[in-house]
Design a protein around this ligand. Structure first.
Ligand code: BG6
Length: 505
C-alpha cells in the first residue's frame, strides 16, 4: 500500500446560497450544475444539507423547468452518474428566478434570497457566480450593492463574488472591471476563476517541482534547452460564435490558461503554500516576461484560422462556415508564440506556446526539453536526442521522461526509453472536474487556485501589444490551416527558425 501524506485535508463546507447569474446559459448547464451535483453525489455529500442554489437569469422559466434543464445537463455532462436518490436531494436545493434585466430584478433577488434562507434555515452566506459576458460584470456588481446584497468583508456572514475569465477583452476593460468590482467588494471576497487551475495535472505541477528534490536541480537554463506548452483542441466553435468571434484564441486561451500553466512551470518556489505567496510567485514570472515589441509581433507570434478539413474520419466545416460567424471574420482560432522569461533561472531559454481549435487531437501538455550531452563519449559517434519531460495535462493525465538506455545485446546500441506515469493506472477513481474543486474552494473560502488582480492585469499587459499590432497592421497574415492538422505551417517555421520542432504530434 502506498503511503499518502495529506498536507491539507478537505475543509468543511459552510451552509450558503450560490446564486448563478446566467443560469440558463451554456456554462451553467455543462459545468456548474454538473459540478455541484457531483459534490452532492451520494457517498460524497460535500454540500451542506440546507445549502441552496438559485439560478438567476433573464429568461422566464419555472423552478420545475429549471430543475428539468439541470437534470438534462447532469445526465449529459456529469462525470458521476445520475442516480435518483442523489438527484432528488440535489434537486430540492435548486431554485430559479428570472428578470435579471428587469428594473425590479435585484429587489426580487433579495426577497427570494431571504425567503430561501428562512425556509431552509440558512445563514445569509451568499456566493454570486457571474456566468455572464465580461461586458455585464460592472452593471451586475453595482446592482448587487445597490440592492443591499453585498455584506462587508468583516461581517459575520460572507458574501463572495465569482467571476469567470476572460476578465475584460483588453487591458483597459480589465482595469475598468477591477475598479468596478473593487468598489463594491473587498479583494478577499473576490474569486477570479481560471478553470485550468482546478485541473489535477495543473495542480500537480507544483507538487512535482517542489515536493521532489530531483527536478528542481535541473529546472533552469543550465539544463533546459527550451519549454513548450501546447493546448490543442479537436473541438471547433460549437454554438459559441457570439462569444468567440469577438474574442479569438489569444484572449480566450493565451491570456489566461496558457499563461497560468507557464507561470506554474517557470515560477520560483513560493515562500509558503498560502494563497498570497503562491500568487506572488506566479505574478513574478509575468513581471519577467519579455514584452513582445510591436516590430517583433510578426516574427514572434503566429495567428491562424481553421479551414475545412477531415477530423476523426469526418469532413468538418471551416471557421468561416460555422453558424454565427461573420463571413469576413479575422478572428484567430490558433496562436503560437515564442516568449522569454528574462530572469536568472530562465535567461536565454525560449518558451513556445501553441493553442488552437480543430487541431488533429485533443492534447494539452508541457514539454521540457533538456540540453544535449557534450559531443564526447556516446554523443561523439551519433547525434543523440536530448531527454524530454512531458507533463500531460489532458487527456491521459500523467507525466513521462524520455531518456536513453543501452539496448540489451552484445553490441553497444542506445535506445530511447520512456518512464511513464498514467493517472488512470496509478491512482484509483476518475478525476474530479476542475469546477468541482474550484466551487468547493469558493465555498470554503480558499483563494489559492484563483487569480488575483495583479495576474489579470500583468497577463493583459503582455498580450495587449500583440492585439494592438494585429489591429493596426492588417497585413500581418492570418494563416489558414486545415481542420485536423497541427496548425499553420508558419507555426512550424516559427519554432524551426530557433532550431527546434514542436513535440507531441
Ligand atoms: C475555455 C475556453 O476557457 O476553455 C474554450 O473559453 C475552451 O474556448 C476551453 O474550449 C478548454 O477547456 P478544457 O478544460 O476543455 O481544456
Amino acid at each position: 500500500m502506498n503511503e499518502v501524506w495529506t498536507i491539507a485535508g478537505q475543509r468543511p463546507t459552510t451552509p450558503c446560497t450560490i446564486v448563478i447569474f446566467g443560469a440558463s446559459g451554456d456554462l451553467a448547464a455543462r459545468k456548474l450544475v454538473p459540478a455541484l451535483y457531483n459534490l452532492e453525489h451520494c457517498g460524497r455529500e460535500l454540500l451542506a444539507s440546507q445549502m441552496a442554489i438559485l439560478g438567476f437569469a433573464r429568461r422566464e422559466m419555472s423552478v420545475e423547468a429549471f430543475r428539468a434543464k439541470a437534470r438534462e445537463g447532469v445526465a449529459r455532462y456529469s462525470r458521476l452518474q445520475l442516480e435518483e436518490g442523489c438527484w432528488d436531494r440535489f434537486a430540492q436545493k435548486l431554485n430559479y428566478l428570472s428578470g435579471l434585466d428587469s428594473p425590479e430584478g435585484f429587489a426580487n433577488l433579495r426577497k427570494r434570497l431571504e425567503e430561501i434562507e428562512k425556509e431552509r434555515g440558512l445563514p445569509p452566506n451568499r456566493i454570486y457566480y457571474l456566468s455572464i459576458p465580461p461586458g455585464a460584470i460592472r452593471e451586475m456588481v453595482e446592482k448587487l450593492d445597490n440592492a443591499g446584497l453585498v455584506a462587508r468583508a468583516d461581517a459575520p456572514y460572507f458574501t463572495r463574488l465569482v467571476v469567470e475569465k476572460p476578465i475584460g477583452s483588453d487591458l483597459h476593460s480589465a482595469l475598468q472591471i477591477t475598479l468596478a468590482i473593487q468598489k463594491h467588494f473587498h479583494e478577499s471576497q473576490i474569486f477570479r476563476i481560471d478553470h485550468y487551475l482546478g485541473k489535477e495535472t495543473v495542480q500537480n505541477l507544483m507538487v512535482l517541482r517542489f515536493a521532489n528534490s530531483i527536478f528542481e536541480n535541473f529546472w533552469d537554463n543550465r539544463s533546459v534547452d527550451h519549454v513548450q506548452i501546447t493546448v490543442a483542441e479537436e473541438e471547433g466553435l460549437g454554438t459559441r460564435a457570439m462569444y468567440y468571434d469577438e474574442i479569438g484564441a489569444l484572449r480566450d486561451m493565451v491570456q489566461n490558461h496558457m499563461l497560468q500553466v507557464l507561470t506554474l512551470t517557470a515560477m520560483e518556489p513560493p515562500v509558503s503554500l498560502l494563497a498570497d505567496a503562491v500568487r506572488d510567485a506566479k505574478v513574478n514570472v509575468l513581471r519577467c516576461l519579455r514584452p513582445i515589441a510591436r516590430e517583433a509581433v510578426r516574427s514572434s507570434v503566429v495567428r491562424g484560422q481553421y479551414a475545412d478539413g477531415m477530423l476523426g474520419g469526418e469532413h468538418v466545416p471551416g471557421y468561416l462556415q460555422e453558424a454565427g460567424v461573420s463571413e469576413n471574420s479575422r478572428t484567430e482560432t490558433f496562436a503560437a508564440l515564442k516568449v522569454y522569461v528574462d530572469n536568472w533561472r530562465w535567461a536565454g531559454v525560449p518558451f513556445f506556446l501553441r493553442t488552437g481549435k480543430r487541431l488533429a487531437r485533443r492534447s494539452s501538455a508541457v514539454f521540457v526539453k533538456f540540453k544535449r550531452v557534450p559531443e564526447i563519449l556516446f554523443n561523439r559517434y551519433q547525434a543523440l536526442p536530448p531527454d524530454v519531460m512531458t507533463i500531460r495535462i489532458q487527456p491521459d493525465e500523467g507525466f513521462s521522461i524520455d531518456v536513453l538506455a543501452k539496448r540489451p545485446g552484445l553490441d553497444l546500441s542506445i535506445q530511447k526509453v520512456r518512464m511513464d506515469l498514467h493517472y488512470s493506472t496509478e491512482f484509483s477513481g476518475p478525476l474530479a472536474d476542475a469546477y468541482e474543486r474550484l466551487l468547493l474552494d469558493v465555498i470554503t473560502g480558499d483563494h489559492t487556485l484563483f487569480q488575483d488582480d495583479a495576474f489579470v492585469h500583468r497577463s493583459w499587459e503582455f498580450v495587449q501589444p500583440i492585439l494592438d499590432e494585429w489591429q493596426r497592421d492588417a497585413s500581418i497574415p492570418l494563416e489558414a490551416y486545415p481542420a485536423g492538422s497541427w496548425g499553420p505551417k508558419a507555426a512550424d517555421d516559427l519554432i524551426r527558425a530557433e532550431g527546434r520542432a514542436w513535440l507531441g504530434a
